[in-house]
Design a binder for this molecule. Structure first.
Ligand code: CAA
Length: 258
């Protein structure tokens, strides 16, 4: 692939968007390759993914402005759909995804981070939805996910003003889970990913699905979603092993993803 690196370490895989000369901006090729890399994740072996950007300055500086500059209305809508489709795949991917945000997360960069399950960032990270300054709206999910994450009032403020915010403010408003010194970000993301990877994979996946699906429906329906996901864990090898180990006061031998 031209712009995506994929590395595995045990049960954790890291996807790096690598288009450093454009601060990892998302053009059509990057979006296509992101879809391809997800197609090829070995979902039996890999239990947590990390998404980051190449270099020390930028996570993702947005959708590619040069590519968008001459789009027609119909092409603009199609470009939005292309981004939305692949970001939705990240959001609903069966395995958890941690965004390790190592610098600029602007426009599509903030939006791709919001499609991940967990956001960790470096202390030099900058977040923003600057699209209205370019004459467009956020188009890869920003109008929807930002409001859900930080509330409609703060999302509207960020989107209407187009003002960027620093890591500490992103943390304060709940846009990121934690902030680390830049040199420690990847280690922190890998440590968290390894901790997730140690847990029973079916349970982790079912928890992700229950949270995601439950957020889209009313509470009564959401609790039924939870009951289904909870019930589906029973009679698995990993449920039997997890509970037997507890009762026998020993460590789990291995979660086998079955
Ligand atoms: N698209 C295309 N190229 C980009 C880019 C983007 N989003 N962001 C940066 N680049 C390119 C620059 O054009 C420049 O290329 P050249 O060296 O060939 O000139 C290179 O990356 C380095 O950028 P700068 O020289 O501008 O670096 P800087 O340190 O001075 O500034 C920055 C960094 C503040 C991030 C600045 O690059 C910037 O403002 N980028 C655009 C951010 C932005 O507006 N993002 C939102 C895009 S719209 C969007 O994402 C829509 C959507 O929701 C789908």
């Amino acid at each position: 692939m031209e712009y995506i690196l994929y590395e595995t370490k045990g049960a954790v895989a890291t996807i790096t968007i690598s288009r450093e000369k454009a601060l990892n901006a998302l053009n059509s090729t990057v979006l296509t390759e992101l879809g391809q890399v997800l197609d090829n994740v070995d979902q039996n072996e890999i239990r947590c993914l990390i998404l980051t950007g190449a270099g020390e300055k930028s996570f993702v500086a947005g959708a590619d402005i040069g590519e968008m500059s001459s789009l027609t209305k119909i092409e603009g809508e199609a470009f939005g759909k292309k981004g939305n489709d692949v970001f939705r795949r990240l959001e609903t991917f069966p395995i958890p995804i941690i965004a390790a945000i190592n610098g600029f997360a602007l426009g599509g960069g903030c939006e791709i981070a919001m499609s991940c399950d967990i956001r960790l960032c470096s202390d030099n990270a900058i977040f923003g939805q600057p699209e209205v300054g370019l004459g467009i709206t956020p188009g890869f999910g920003g109008t929807q996910r930002l409001a859900r994450l930080v509330g409609a009032g703060m999302a509207k403020q960020m989107i209407y003003t187009g003002r960027n915010i620093k890591a500490d403010e992103a943390f304060r408003i709940g846009l990121v889970n934690a902030v680390y010194p830049a040199a420690e970000l990847m280690e922190a993301a890998e440590k968290m990913a390894a901790g997730i990877a140690k847990n029973a994979p079916i349970a982790v996946r079912n928890a992700k699905k229950a949270i995601n699906d439950g957020l889209d429906v009313d509470m009564d329906t959401a609790l039924v979603v939870e009951e289904k996901m909870f019930g589906a864990c029973f009679e698995t090898h990993d449920q039997v092993e997890g509970m037997t180990a507890f009762m026998e006061k020993r460590k789990v031998e291995a979660f086998l993803n079955k």
